[in-house]
Design a protein around this ligand. Structure first.
Ligand code: C5P
Length: 237
């Protein structure tokens, strides 16, 4: 799989997605469908996007007892999506069973979705992690430990901030995939994100794939913004 630019479809309806896609280049894209969109539209939108040739990161962040996650993943694998995810905080048994569920549910003749884990949400500060989640040590140590757990559980990678990529690679090797949100084109509003980088910096930090939402979806010219992101990501600037 080519190192992707994944567009976050943070919309609540099929109509809003279709309206956005009319403003984008008429070619297959890599799209992230999260809870808001999936819970509003269900599998029908996924089928439609796949029929139109798009690739999908289904960002539902499963976290439950191992058997429930295994059965949930078995169902998601039937949607023929390209990437799915879990919370590493669910533990190694849950993550291994997630892989088993995907293996069991993937239809013959297609690749099973890649499975990646959330280590610590980028909205969680070190203080909140220590005082509320009761995880001792630094954020860096927690992210490295969860990334290692994901790797030994058979997952292909993690979701992280681009700024965390170097020490995830240090713990898990360069081939371990890092999918990184928190991307902004220079000059764009940061919004609620805490630690953002440009596509160029994410590339330099070693991200495998970037997730870009509002820098593209809230732009007055989404195609131009997308092309700018691609140019930075593919080192044309
Ligand atoms: O608009 P923006 O580029 O900030 O969107 C980022 C996308 O990545 C959103 O869909 C957000 O839910 C998702 N995400 C994130 N941080 C994480 C995991 C997912 O921003 N740790």
């Amino acid at each position: 799989m080519k190192r992707p630019v994944i567009i976050a479809l943070d919309f609540s309806s099929t109509d809003a997605v279709e309206e956005f896609l009319t403003k984008m280049p008429n070619k297959p894209l890599f799209l992230k469908v999260g809870m808001e969109l999936f819970y509003n539209t269900g599998a029908s939108l996924i089928h439609r996007l796949k029929e139109n040739g798009h690739r999908i990161f289904l960002d539902l962040k499963l976290h439950d007892i191992p058997n429930t996650v295994q059965q949930g993943m078995k169902a998601l694998a039937r949607l023929n999506v390209d990437i799915v995810n879990v919370h590493a905080a669910g533990g190694s048994e849950m993550m291994k069973r997630a892989v088993e569920g995907l293996d069991a549910g993937t239809p013959a003749g297609i690749d099973r979705p890649k499975l990646i884990a959330v280590t610590q949400l980028t909205s969680t500060s070190e203080l909140v992690m220590q005082q509320e989640l009761r995880i001792h040590g630094t954020l860096k140590e927690a992210v490295q430990a969860y990334a290692k757990l994901a790797k030994t559980s058979g997952l292909e990678g993690v979701v992280s901030s681009p700024l965390e990529v170097p020490f995830i690679h240090e713990a898990c090797g360069e081939k371990f995939l890092t999918v990184t949100p928190g991307i902004r084109l220079a000059g764009d509003a940061v919004g609620d994100q805490k630690r953002v980088t440009t596509p160029t910096d994410a590339r330099k930090l070693g991200s495998w794939g970037i997730v870009v939402g509002r820098s593209i979806t809230a732009s007055c010219d989404p195609t131009k913004a997308y092309e700018k992101v691609i140019a930075e990501w593919e080192e044309q600037s």
